[in-house]
Design a protein around this ligand. Structure first.
Ligand code: F6P
Length: 359
């Protein structure tokens, strides 16, 4: 008999259900006696003992379904050691609920913060397996995360739609793509959508260079320009500030503009006279059905996680390394971020065809 706890934590994405389905199908296909406990709304469910006993049937028909059938919530890692408003020790509560249900293992689907808490639970003696979820693709130790490719497709479609209207009106358009800390999604959707300028958190931009790129296009007869801008894009001036000053400057900026793109739009108009519009696809990038690539990836990751459970291999993230599904020790990847290197070959090649990164 295997008793497995499962939770999905942090911002959702499209292939959470597909991944859980892979795990559960893999288990039921090999074992005759399995119990799956789904903790509701991520770590919250594990802390407060909110769970449901799920059957194989619960995971049937969910391959194409976005969201998560067990719900999710953000429970910041930095608050895990801080007692809740009633003085409850969250880590102890999670351990107690794990032991009360006599679980063999916890399967935890989530991003970086989720992974840090998974590692904390490992250090506290629980058996855990982490599955890398995020549209940001910023988890260290895995080449890919599920949700990422679907989000690229959605953001690309958004840029495609903007292209036609930008060209009709001869306007400048900023499409703001998700990603506060890293720019993988913006980089790939930007290239796929044929953006002329791509601004990433990892490459602080110079407004002069951005405006130069727009004017260069204009002079060559191109009436419109598309900018793919990451939520976390920063100007060179902002990047030069220390952490505290930067947070202050950011707060001030957000009092005046909904996001960096609106500030940039105003600055571009001031400098170049161009008419600029901003489009923010926002959470649509995390919604809807997973694309075929993510369905396959999730099924592979989930099925591999099931094999790890059967072999009792814990304390790991199930990762993609050189297109192979592998185990990576949580102790080696938790707390690290996978950012875009400004020297990344894709960036170099994009620059070689004239895409500006504002640097
Ligand atoms: O981490 C995934 C992500 O979608 C980021 O790209 C984005 O910056 C953030 O979550 C948005 O978070 P929330 O859903 O809490 O607004």
């Amino acid at each position: 008999m295997k008793r497995i706890g499962m939770l999905t934590s942090g911002g959702d994405c499209q292939a959470l259900n597909a991944t859980m389905r892979g795990v559960v199908k893999g288990l039921f296909n090999s074992l005759s006696d399995v119990e799956i406990y789904g903790f509701e709304e991520g770590y919250k469910g594990l802390i407060y003992g909110n769970y449901r006993l799920l059957s194989a049937r619960d995971f049937s028909g969910i391959l194409t379904q976005g969201g998560t059938i067990i719900g999710s919530s953000r429970q910041p890692f930095k608050l895990m050691r801080v007692p809740d408003e009633n003085g409850l020790d969250k880590v102890e509560a999670m351990k107690q609920n794990y032991h009360k249900l006599r679980l063999d293992c916890l399967v935890i689907l989530g991003g970086n913060g989720t992974q840090k808490t998974a590692n904390l639970l490992r250090e506290e003696g629980l058996n855990v397996i982490h599955l890398p979820k995020t549209i940001d693709n910023d988890i260290y130790g895995t080449d890919l995360t599920f949700g990422y490719q679907t989000a690229i497709n959605i953001a690309t479609e958004c840029i495609d739609c903007i292209h036609t209207t930008a060209s009709s009106h001869g306007r400048c358009f900023i499409v703001e793509v998700m990603g506060h800390k890293v720019g993988w999604l913006t980089l790939n959707a930007g290239i796929a959508g044929g953006a002329d300028i791509i601004l990433l958190p990892e490459i602080p931009y110079d407004l002069d260079k951005v405006c130069e790129a727009i004017e260069k296009r204009h002079k060559s007869g191109k009436k419109f320009t598309i900018l793919a801008v990451a939520e976390g894009a920063v100007s060179k001036e902002m990047a030069a500030l220390d952490k505290k000053e930067r947070a202050k400057a950011m707060e001030k900026m957000l009092k005046r503009y909904p996001s960096i793109s609106y500030k940039l739009a105003e600055e571009i108009t001031e400098r170049t006279g161009a008419e600029v519009r901003v489009t923010v696809p926002g959470h649509t990038q995390r919604g809807g059905s997973p694309c075929a690539f993510d369905r396959v990836l999730s099924t592979r990751l989930g099925a591999y996680a099931a094999q790890c459970i059967i072999k009792e291999q814990y304390g790991i993230m199930v990762a993609v390394v050189d297109n192979q599904i592998k185990k990576v020790k949580l102790s080696e990847c938790a707390g690290k971020l996978k950012s875009v290197s400004p020297d990344d070959q894709t960036i170099m090649l994009a620059k070689s065809i004239g895409i500006s990164f504002g640097d």
